[in-house]
Design a protein around this ligand. Structure first.
Ligand code: PTJ
Length: 253
């Protein structure tokens, strides 16, 4: 990012870079009006977990990867923030999983859809990836949802048995679960409706999650505790936040 004023030696460089990437994506028409608000909320929770992949997040990530690899029809659903921040890594992950990636946005406009599809297409050409990018022509709907946010593709989201949906809206997450899918949520807020609704919730920043999924892809799988208990894992994530705050405030327990 050559036009970012901050120097890489700045202690908050990573955070400044992400904001800069989102600012540029907004200028290209890729983002929803509230995208930066959503990012800010994520940043606040990231502070609380220490801007790191905590143990519970790694546990959820391992389960998520296992489910994605075992799936008959895995799919990666992406929205504006996700394409801007980790479009490239999620395209690489889709290539490893040999699954489609579907642009499916909450605040749907034709202009945003084409900006996002063009961005992913540019990545596909540049990296020479054989990934099917869906979303341009939705041909069915997610049952139980009203309006344009229900639109999706039959061969992508609709058919999928396991779906990775970073930064998803709680309502849509609930509707996907009701369709019988294994829904993998990535959300820094362990208290959000999506986090609670998901089958596997990864309480971590999407850039770290994407890197972890890619780096663990070829590794020998560990024996995992089955089935995954999302509620318990979320409680453990909240406990991590509680403990960090207690330590930071030096409050006697
Ligand atoms: O592109 P669209 O139209 O689909 O809209 C995307 C947004 C994100 C604007 C939309 O889905 C939205 O308003 O989301 P919410 O309801 O604000 O929820 C976003 C959740 O993602 C919040 O709970 C944040 O804590 C979390 N979040 C934000 N940034 C990150 C994140 N989680 C992981 N990594 C992040 N970088």
């Amino acid at each position: 990012m050559d036009d970012l004023a901050a120097d890489p030696s700045h202690p908050r460089y990573e955070s400044l870079l992400k904001r800069h990437i989102l600012e540029n994506a907004a200028k290209k028409g890729m983002l929803a009006g509230s995208a930066l608000i959503a990012h800010g909320r994520g940043e606040a929770y990231d502070y609380l977990i220490g801007e790191q992949t905590i143990e519970t997040a790694m546990n959820a990530t391992k389960h998520a990867l296992y489910q994605l690899k075992m799936a008959k029809h895995p799919v990666i659903s992406v929205n504006g923030n996700t394409v801007a921040l980790v479009g490239e890594d999620l395209m690489k992950l889709a290539s490893l999983l040999d699954c489609p990636i579907e642009v499916n946005i909450f605040y749907r406009t034709p202009e945003r859809m084409s900006a996002l599809l063009n961005h992913l297409d540019e990545i596909k050409q540049r990296l020479d990836l054989d990934v099917e990018v869906l979303g341009a022509s939705p041909d069915t709907r997610i049952p139980g949802l009203e309006g344009p946010r229900a639109k999706c593709c039959q061969s992508g989201i609709f058919l999928s048995d396991v779906i990775l949906v970073p930064l998803e809206d709680g309502d849509r997450c609930e509707a996907l679960v009701a369709m019988g899918k294994t829904v993998i949520v990535v959300d820094l807020n362990p208290l959000s409706r999506s986090s609670k609704m998901g089958s596997i919730t990864i309480v971590d920043e999407i850039s770290r999650v994407a890197k972890n999924l890619i780096s663990m892809f070829g590794e020998q799988e560990e024996i995992l505790e089955h089935p995954f208990d999302n509620e318990k894992n979320l409680r453990r994530s909240l406990n991590h936040i509680n403990q960090s705050l207690t330590e930071a405030s030096n409050f006697p327990v």
